[in-house]
Design a protein. Structure first.
Length: 166
């Protein structure tokens, strides 16, 4: 049954349910996060760049990539908590997630809109494109979150794609 559901959409909430309440990111996630941190552009100087509205603007256009803390909560959780999340529902974003049952997991990019962020747990509410049901992705499964610089309008982004094929 899970393989049938996964054929329609790769990330299933049952993936993380078995991780446990105190689950930590796997080495796959922490290595991918480190790579994202190393390659993301620095916050633009001269514009302020660190305020919640500037961070929001950079996030939705793909000029900034949010990467969760490896040890939650931390500076990244506080940073995203300051962004006006209620406005993120207007823009398609992507979230790279670890999917599958541990230890047999892989990374996948999901496209949709962010509906909430819980700074205490690190969970991100996500409404996928393509009519898939809304999900809550736990912070320990999230690699990064951003907008797509090239594809920003409705109908331009897919529902999902493997991270290795980007």
């Amino acid at each position: 049954m899970l393989s049938l559901l996964r054929g329609a959409y790769p990330y299933l909430e049952v993936d993380a349910e078995r991780d446990g309440a105190c689950a930590q990111p796997t080495s796959l996630v922490t290595k991918a996060r480190a790579a994202c941190r190393d390659t993301r552009p620095a916050v633009r100087a001269g514009r302020g760049g660190t305020g919640s509205i500037e961070r929001y603007n950079d996030l939705v256009v793909g000029a900034y990539t949010w990467v969760p803390d490896d040890d939650h909560p931390g500076a990244a959780a506080a940073e995203l908590a300051e962004v006006p999340i209620h406005w993120l529902g207007d823009w398609p974003l992507w979230v790279d997630v670890e999917w599958g049952r541990r230890p047999d997991t892989a990374l996948h990019r999901l496209y949709g809109t962010v509906t909430f962020f819980d700074p205490d747990t690190g969970h991100v509410g996500f409404s996928p494109t393509g009519g898939h049901p809304a999900i809550a992705v736990p912070g320990h499964r999230i690699v990064a979150l951003s907008g797509d610089r090239r594809r920003r309008g409705p109908g331009e982004v897919p529902a999902h794609e493997p991270v290795g094929e980007l």
